[in-house]
Design a protein around this ligand. Structure first.
Ligand code: KIV
Ligand code: ZN
Length: 504
């Protein structure tokens, strides 16, 4: 990398609301887009690409809402080099335009049916028009990485002279390798005297590596999406690019990295696109340790197996009981629940956990605690700090679903009623209300699975709850009644949180 100087800060251009929304099956309402924009602003992205106004009326409404929200992030919108597209951007009250036109022979021949000269002329007209309206311009040569290099250099050189503020180099179909992209950016720097941005797609799983290579070559801005959402295999993931820049390269960004996880969760919830468990940084398993060797190392010093401190991205370390577990890991997990087995007892617990694992069962924390309690000699009943006494649910046509609940906590009865959008919602809200004076519980995740077929099938409910100190517990319950399965799972989860708090 001789001769390349690194900038102090890399600008983060977030396109979750534009390229990310082009993820197949994703369509956000204006209100949902605004919620995400506010979170991106809180996260600290430098610029938010709020959408593509030419797409639809709803898209216009969303972009306008975002543009008028007075966010700290700059707001930008995408536009073809067409006057009506540019007008649509202006009408959305957006001051930054992201203009694009394809430049590769393939796109020119089969999509645009235009010559290279026409494409350049078209781009120049759009630049003039945008400048005349006071817009800040970022310009992308779509499919840049499959464009004839001489034409690409001519194109970018000419538009820089015409007054664009920034150029963006899209690897539209993700065919770059880090080395090729690095060299391409170096080559373009010979003719470009404006800041360079990179935009990489993940078709070969190299979007992040290529983006970083582009930055190594001198790009000072990078296009990213939360959770790597985007067309086909997606775009470079914000979380992976930012954490790599900060921890591997020593660059700075304006991102508040401790808000990465909550942002990922919000985007996943609103788009309905689940994050794979082993996804870097934001996947459920990214900070979980199962094997005995690893958990032992982690307990002694997290540096042994944790290249990223979980708190850096707003997460917590999780030790998972499983067939690869070891004594030290299990001891550390049980300590959290106030269970201190002797050396002999922990050996016995370990054997039982491994037996379950060998049978192909996913061993949960709840399983581990059950095993430990039995071996340490306490009965299951005794450890139920909170018990359900009565539950009633009323639902039906033209009736607001309502639930009344009675619980027993430390020999005292508590009762509450709540309404909800459905019987499960009403019952869960009633539990949260009744337990509120004792512990504030937030339902983080809820999953319902049918175990067998038919209307009499068993339902399994898996939940994750969090208390106000950020302690998280997962729990599950099985019942033929969905409401009861949900309520029992909640009670189990709350009991775990109460144990973590030391039974209060
Ligand atoms: O991938 C791409 O080429 C794009 C352009 C609109 C910049 O998203
Ligand atoms: Zn793209």
């Amino acid at each position: 990398m001789g001769g390349v100087s690194f900038p102090q800060k890399i600008r983060i251009f977030d396109t979750t609301l534009r390229d990310g929304e082009q993820t197949p099956g994703v369509s956000l309402t204006p209100e949902e887009k605004l919620m995400i924009a506010k979170q991106l602003d809180k996260l600290g992205v430098d610029i938010i690409e709020a959408g593509f106004p030419a797409t639809s009326k709803g898209e216009n409404e969303a972009i306008k809402l975002i543009a008028n929200e007075n966010l700290k992030s700059e707001i930008c919108a995408l536009s073809r080099t067409i006057k009506s597209d540019i007008d649509a951007v202006i009408n959305c009250d957006v001051k930054n335009i992201h203009l694009f036109i394809a430049t590769s022979d393939i796109h020119l021949k089969y999509k645009l049916e235009m010559t290279k000269e026409q494409v350049l002329e078209n781009a120049l007209e759009a630049i003039d028009y945008s400048k005349a309206h006071g817009l800040t311009i970022e310009f992308s040569a779509e499919d840049a990485t499959r464009t004839d290099i001489d034409f690409l250099k001519k194109f970018y050189g000419t538009i820089c002279k015409a007054g664009v503020d920034r150029i963006n180099v899209p690897d539209t179909v993700g065919i770059m390798t880090p080395k090729k992209f690095y060299e391409l950016i170096l080559e373009l720097k010979k003719v470009v005297d404006k800041p360079i941005s990179v935009h990489c797609h993940n078709d070969f799983g190299m979007a992040v590596a290529n983006s970083l290579a582009g930055i190594e070559a001198g790009a000072t801005q990078v296009h990213v999406t939360i959770n790597g959402l985007g067309e086909r295999a997606g775009n470079a993931a914000l979380e992976e690019v930012v954490v790599s820049l900060e921890l591997l390269y020593g660059y700075k960004t304006n991102i508040k990295t401790n808000l990465i996880y909550e942002t990922s969760k919000l985007v996943s919830q609103l788009t309905g696109i689940y994050v794979q468990p082993n996804k870097a940084i934001v996947g459920e398993n990214a900070f979980s340790h199962e094997s005995g060797i690893h958990t032992h190392g982690i307990i002694k010093n997290p540096l042994t197996y944790e290249p990223i401190p979980p708190e850096f991205v707003g997460r917590k370390r999780i030790l998972v009981p499983g067939k690869h577990a070891g004594k030290h890991g299990l001891k550390a997990m049980l300590k959290e629940y106030g269970i201190y087995p002797s050396e002999d007892q922990i050996k016995e617990i370990l054997i039982k956990v491994k037996e379950l694992g060998d049978k192909g069962k996913r061993v949960t924390e709840e399983d581990l605690i059950n095993i430990a309690r039995i071996i340490v000699g306490e009965t299951a009943e005794k450890r139920k700090i909170l018990k359900l006494k009565e539950l009633a649910v009323v639902t039906g046509n033209k009736i607001t679903p309502t639930s009344s609940i009675k619980i027993v906590f430390k020999d005292k009865q508590y009762a509450a009623s709540e309404i909800g959008v459905g019987p499960v919602d009403a019952a869960i809200k009633a539990i949260q209300k009744v337990i509120d004076p004792i512990i504030k519980v937030h339902l983080k995740e809820y999953r319902l699975e049918a175990i067998s077929g038919g209307s009499d099938s068993l339902a399994e409910v898996i939940i994750k709850v969090e208390d106000s100190n950020g302690n998280i517990a997962s729990a599950r319950a099985i019942h033929e009644d969905i409401v009861m399965a949900s309520v029992e799972a909640m009670i189990n989860g709350i009991n775990k949180l109460l144990f973590k708090k030391g039974g209060i």
